[in-house]
Design a protein around this ligand. Structure first.
Ligand code: ATP
Ligand code: MG
Length: 566
């Protein structure tokens, strides 16, 4: 049992200025976290206990899924990162440091290279497969905007696991084992996290799920289908293509004057045409080479989809000089008569009476038939999916929700093992490249996401599985020896039954103790006071309840155990 009078614990009435979201405010106010610098936080003793409980759940489920724990150095030689090319491609988000001999190191932002190097040296034969290894350790990222406390830190705790298999099929089984473990981890931690289809981003690979916690402060957009359960990150989301209705040719393409009209909405209004009859033409650079992309005037291009379609090419918006060189004056460009590669969104397939820029300032072309008048290389799904678009699985309208990513699973294939030469000998003694997967959970972010999802006007409501202490025992009369004796006896009985107790033995008014217990969010509050004992015993209340039950001292431990077991 911990006593407040001995604990390093200070609650605050006010949240610091920079705490923008409720979970950040509550973590600070409840004395769980303190700031050391921007994006850098210290776990205080109570915060540490909650963190340890969450980590224990993660470890148990990893082991249950067959993963083995390891611990790698945070400081990693640059050479390792050069083998895969990520020393160059990771950019300024990766912290790099030099030792006294001028050798470069990385403060690990993730650890595919280090784990692949280990697999290369330790895995020799198919008999050792599948192999899943993980670690729980600090990661470093020089985030553009560290904020929201533990949600986006410069240093944070990640559980990262890596699977090594002999085939695609076997890798799928490892992926499923990790995916299922994630579902169990978040459920046990009392967190409602939804798996959504995701893009693979910088990590690479070909298939991925993110586990998302819905929250207004979430930095990701998720397209969610209530009808069939389809859910995908906006970066990745697809939609059922609805072709534009302008499919009948209406004569030859005709130049029309559109003085000072550039944006699709303005051109449409000027020509009294629906916005989607105007085609938005954009010149992009794919690995530095200009390409044109067409989407309906009321839609946005999803650059991540374009990148995926162009085999991972680096995508940038072309500079004005390039646009003028390959097409025409910025704001008046269109696909007719151009020779650069042109890709159009799927919904434009068959569009035969649309409006495009004339590649001439102040003019557009009306009655354009894309198939007849332009050279479109491919019709692909290239638009950003938004609220109300149709679900690609069932055709019902999609809703958009905000979410925070707490974990992600990737099928990596052989991207890293090939680059680093990580092979094993198969049944016939032939060397084969290992097939990989990687799986991350932001453990520190998850801890705060739990608070973001579970609180009320008075403070945190900890799920019992991760609460710093399951029971807050409020000693209202620390000077009454009978009250103290009964409280101590209850605490001892609870601890003997595996329940941790935090006793508020401060010389404070009851009101202060009640407020602090709610703020910290103990799942069960037990009041030990002279008045209560006159009424028959301890006053016991769940954090989520308004009123307490009076329970006789002999029955109190059972009553608490029963409430916690619910
Ligand atoms: P995000 O898109 O939020 O930046 P990410 O996709 O870059 O995250 P991953 O590389 O997938 O992150 O890392 C695995 C997990 O680590 C994430 O699911 C997230 O929970 C956590 N994480 C990533 N960056 C941070 C950070 N700066 N602070 C705290 N947790 C983080
Ligand atoms: Mg991620």
């Amino acid at each position: 049992m911990m006593r407040w009078s001995k604990a390093l614990l200070n609650t605050l009435r006010e949240a610091p200025q920079d705490a923008e979201i409720i979970s950040h405010q509550l973590m600070i106010r409840a004395g769980l976290l303190r700031k050391l610098g921007g994006g850098l936080y210290t776990y205080m003793p109570l915060g540490m206990r909650a963190l340890h409980k969450l980590e224990a759940i993660v470890r148990e489920e990893m082991e249950r899924a067959g993963a083995q724990e390891t611990l790698f150095p945070i400081l990693q030689p640059a050479e390792l990162w050069k083998q895969t090319g990520r020393w160059e491609t990771m950019g300024p988000g990766m912290f790099r440091v030099k030792d006294r001999k001028d050798a470069w190191y990385v403060l690990a932002p993730t650890a595919e290279e280090a784990f692949t190097a280990l697999a290369k040296s330790e895995i020799a034969s198919y008999r050792q497969l599948p192999c899943i290894i993980y670690q729980m350790q600090d990661k470093f990222r020089d985030e553009i905007r560290p904020r929201f406390g533990l949600i986006r830190g410069k240093e944070f705790i990640m559980k990262d696991a890596y699977s090594f298999d002999k085939s695609e099929e076997a890798a799928d089984a490892s992926y499923k084992a990790m995916y299922d473990a994630y579902v169990r981890i978040f459920k046990r931690a009392g967190l409602n996290a939804k798996p959504v289809e995701a893009d693979t981003g910088d990590i690479g690979g070909n298939f991925s799920h993110e586990f998302m916690v819905f929250a207004a402060s979430g930095e990701d957009g998720i397209l969610d289908c209530e009808a069939c359960g389809y859910a995908a990150n906006q970066e990745r989301a697809e939609r059922q293509t609805v072709l534009l209705p302008y499919t009948t040719e209406a004569g030859a393409a005709t130049e029309v004057a559109t003085p000072n009209q550039h944006a699709c909405e303005d051109v449409a209004a000027y020509l009294k045409a629906p916005v989607d009859r105007v085609v938005k033409s954009m010149v992009m650079l794919a690995n530095g080479e200009p390409v044109m992309v067409l989407v309906p005037g009321n839609r946005e291009l999803n650059e991540i989809k374009l990148r995926r379609f162009l085999n991972g090419a680096k995508i940038e918006v072309a500079d004005d000089a390039t646009v003028e060189k390959v097409a025409g004056p910025v704001g008046s460009i269109g696909p007719v008569g151009l020779s650069l590669p042109i890709y159009a969104d799927k919904s434009l397939e068959g569009a035969a009476d649309v409006i495009v820029g004339a590649n001439k300032e102040g003019f557009h072309l009306d009655h354009v038939s894309l198939a007849r008048d332009a050279k479109i290389l491919a019709y692909e799904d290239l638009t950003l999916v938004t609220e109300g678009d149709l679900c690609p699985k069932c055709g019902k309208p999609l809703a958009i929700r905000r979410g925070t990513e707490v974990g992600q699973c990737f099928k990596l294939g052989t991207k890293y093992s090939k680059a680093m030469g990580a092979t094993y000998l198969d049944e016939n003694g032939v060397a084969q490249v290992l097939t990989m997967g990687c799986y991350g959970i932001g453990v520190s972010r998850t801890l705060q996401a739990i608070v973001e999802q579970s609180n009320d006007a008075n403070g945190i409501i900890w799920p019992a599985a991760v609460a710093p202490y399951q029971v807050g025992l409020l000693l209202l009369d620390p000077d009454n020896p009978e009250v103290v004796a009964k409280a101590k006896a209850l605490a001892a009985e609870l601890e003997a039954r595996g329940i941790d107790v935090f006793m508020d033995d401060r010389a404070e008014r009851p009101g202060v103790k009640f407020k602090d217990a709610d703020l910290i969010g103990f799942p069960i509050r037990v009041v030990a006071g002279t008045k209560g004992f006159e009424k028959g015993g301890f006053e016991i209340r769940r954090r989520t309840e308004k009123d307490s039950d009076i329970i006789a001292p002999e029955a109190a431990a059972d009553a608490i155990v029963a409430r916690l077991a619910e």
